[in-house]
Design a protein around this ligand. Sequence first.
Ligand code: C5P
Length: 424
Amino acid sequence: MGGRNIVLGVGGGIAAYKAALLLRLFTEAGHTVTVIPTAAATRFVGAPTWEALSGRPVTNDVFDAVDTVNHVRIGHEADLIVVAPATADLLARAATGQADDLLTTTLLMARGPVLFAPAMHTEMWRHAATQANVATLRARGVAVLDPAVGRLTGPDSGPGRLPEPADIFAAAMALLTPGQVGDDGAPEPLHGLLSGRRVVITAGGTREPLDPVRFLGNRSSGKQGVALAAAARMAGASVTLIAAHLDVPVPDGVGVVQVGTAVEMREATLAAAAGADVVIMAAAVADFRPDTVAGGKIKKRDDAADPVITLVRNPDILVDVVGRRTAGSLNQLIVGFAAETGDEHGSVLDYARAKLARKGCDLLVVNAVGPDAAGVEQVFGRDENQVTILARDGADPVPAAGSKTDVAAAVVRLVAARLAAKPA
Ligand code: C5P
């Protein structure tokens, strides 16, 4: 991996001295590091230490180097911002978008991933205010590490210790190139392809309740949508994942809006899509929902007939996203997914082409689902996928196969190429 621009924000806590070790790890790995200590941090470790270790000027004053517009430039140029130690105060200021010093203005200008490594006393970490701030930051796609458990400054111990510098370093490197550095250490090929872009991705299977304990669901694991979120994040996009039921964890650095039903997913997707450059709809959305949801658990009764479920049509979210784009004249790239089976009336691709025309999205990622000739399920819950990406403008279909991560990378590359070809 080539050297990158890292901003190291240092908060005002005793663990600030450990940030010097983290800084060393970054510079020894060949990265250029700009250190921005808060005013309180310089009470613990002074600016000369940071300057000597980073080999660069250090300030926390927005009125220094005004001619180079420091408070805008540093955040814009950063490939990654790491805040260690992140105090309760810094987490609060970042969560509420305050901009009262050079570090917080830089955080507001960030275009790449941001990582916070908290350190504070256990009571402060567990306080509802801090936990709410951490949840807010995580929902925005900021990676916030959990503090380590152990001895704190005084006689107390518990969760609140700054994670070890080597662990923060590893988490930071994973955000720069999540898991995808080649054997030769070559740069991750997706890096920067979507930098500055906002991407919304739907994933997982919706669940339509019948009563308080039962629902109609589907077999989607969410793996492909989550792989897309990781790939888009890796490509430098700011990613919002609209997550229905998932069997897999959400990658760090991705903002998540959790939803249950198709109707909830529609609301969340339309809201998020309003400011997005790209919308990718990988969720398995229920086409129908029960027309009524029983208030209590539906009972077996010997004195009455067994219940009959009547279904009503769910909105087609993809069609609605395309409609909003048209109505708002938005310059937005919309990607749909189609899980298809062929039959005597047409092949998988015939059905997919008809769907692409009907839905009006730009790209449609098509895969054949269901058991293969040997009776083995081809897609749902599996780690591999084999797709064809069709384009509405008639461009040649693009095949992609391999792990769901490989397929996600292929989709992201195609999306990035199309965005680059479009005027912004
Ligand atoms: O019509 P079908 O379900 O095959 O279309 C699949 C595509 O449409 C996927 O991108 C899926 O996320 C989206 N979809 C949707 N809302 C629905 C049904 C499907 O957004 N109600």
